[in-house]
Write a protein that binds this ligand. Structure first.
Ligand code: AMP
Length: 399
């Protein structure tokens, strides 16, 4: 079955065509700068990347351009859109009403709409992506795969915030967790790769990308996760602050005469390693280079990021009364050896030993710990698109 995978961000859209029988990617690419000017990247498997600059006022035009590229007589991988049998969408937030993958119907759309408050950047884009696919490929099943699903197995002691119960009851303010598709995929693959027992294992997955989060996975179920009611909590990220004292908000708003929503934007878009590096960059390639050239702010950003990850690993080891395996994934986790080394340098007390030669590798699955390390540490590239494809096929076949 050919499945189109759609992952809409606030101003971007990533896509892939996956053949679910072979699990091979037949074409992939992304639309960038949606709502600004517009740029489509399209790459058929084994072929050259094509880049087209064209106006994309919304995600609807972006989807239209993706579909045109897929059926383009010269380089398209489809003869017609009829070949697409299902569409799988990554969706950020469904609040308390929609917590599991589902075939799209009016109820599902209403739940995503209702959670726009909780995912103001992603949910509107997700809705637009689904509507465009419904319009351009009528009759095809659309499936939503929720970023929050994996966090639904958290016990109350992990998901409740210590604030008045009425906010939990009225507004479902609780820890949801995000990157669920990635954490679910990577934890399962870790268990397979290391031959751990799915029903008796303790795995910590550090998904370190532009957005970063970490999960504690006990017996294949997520028991704690660092992101909260929104993807702002937890680790320091590219431009997001992660954990901080909530009293900072009022203090800065009062002194700077800014509104709470302006402050929220600052915490989401102008904080993180970008802020710590004095606005040098949110990209670890730039930070590492600057750090090696003696830039102290860049050095602090990398150090603080790694320290926060190490603290969470310590906390999640306590949450599970031990840990059998730690997995690094995401753009930084898969590629930035310097971050992995710094994180693991805090964890010698767990008997973790790092193989420095192995740590030079990147972008592939490998064991990072030495044979005598008490905890296995691995790097395992995430594949959210494949996980979404599998889930889409499962739901379509179950229909
Ligand atoms: P993601 O959000 O998972 O796609 O991760 C994107 C981030 O990964 C980038 O912003 C970089 O910080 C980081 N990254 C990607 N490639 C490298 C690399 N070769 N070395 C260090 N960091 C990298």
């Amino acid at each position: 079955m050919k499945v189109l995978i759609v992952n809409c961000g606030s101003s971007s859209l990533k896509y892939q065509i996956i053949n679910s029988d072979t699990e091979q990617v037949e074409a992939k690419g992304l639309c960038e700068r949606i709502g600004i000017d517009g740029r489509l990247v399209y790459q058929p498997a084994g072929g050259e990347k094509e880049i087209t600059e064209a106006a994309m006022p919304t995600h609807s035009e972006a989807i239209r351009m993706v579909l045109d590229a897929l059926v383009n007589p010269k380089t398209g991988v489809l003869k017609s859109l009829d070949e697409v049998e299902a569409i799988g969408h990554r969706v950020l937030h469904g609040g308390a009403r929609l917590t599991d993958s589902a075939l799209v119907n009016e109820d599902v759309m209403a739940a995503i709409e209702e959670a726009v408050d909780l995912g103001p950047l992603h949910n509107p884009a997700n809705l637009m992506g689904i509507r465009a696919c419904q319009k351009l490929m009528p009759g095809k099943p659309n499936v939503v795969v929720m970023d929050t699903s994996f966090g639904m197995t958290l016990p109350a002691k992990a998901y409740r915030y210590a604030i008045p119960t009425e906010y939990y009851e009225k507004y479902h303010i609780r820890r949801y967790g995000f990157h669920g598709t990635s954490h679910s995929f990577v934890s399962k693959e870790t268990i397979k790769y290391l031959h751990l027992d799915p029903d008796n294992s303790r795995v910590i997955v550090a998904h370190l990308g532009n957005g970063a989060s970490i999960t504690a996975v006990r017996n294949s179920k997520c028991v704690d996760t660092s992101m909260g009611v929104t993807p702002l909590e937890g680790l320091i990220m590219g431009t997001r602050s992660g954990d901080l004292d909530p009293a900072i908000l009022e203090y800065i708003c009062n002194h700077e005469h800014i509104t709470i929503s302006e402050m929220n934007t600052i915490l989401n878009k102008k904080s993180g390693v970008m802020a710590l590096s004095n606005n040098l960059s949110s990209d670890f390639r730039d930070l590492e280079e600057a750090m090696n050239n003696g830039n102290e702010a860049a050095g602090l950003a990398v150090e603080a990021f790694s320290y926060r990850v190490a603290k969470y690993i310590g906390a999640y080891t306590a949450a599970m009364n031990g840990v059998d395996a730690i997995t690094f994934t995401g753009g930084i986790g898969e590629n930035a050896g310097i971050v992995r080394e710094k994180v693991l340098s805090y964890l010698g007390y767990l008997g973790i030993r790092i193989d420095r030669e192995a740590n030079k590798k990147r972008g592939e699955t490998f064991v990072l710990s030495t044979d005598d390390s008490k905890v296995k540490v691995i790097v395992l590239p995430t594949n959210e698109e494949l996980a979404i494809c599998r889930e889409t096929v499962r739901l379509v076949k179950a229909e």
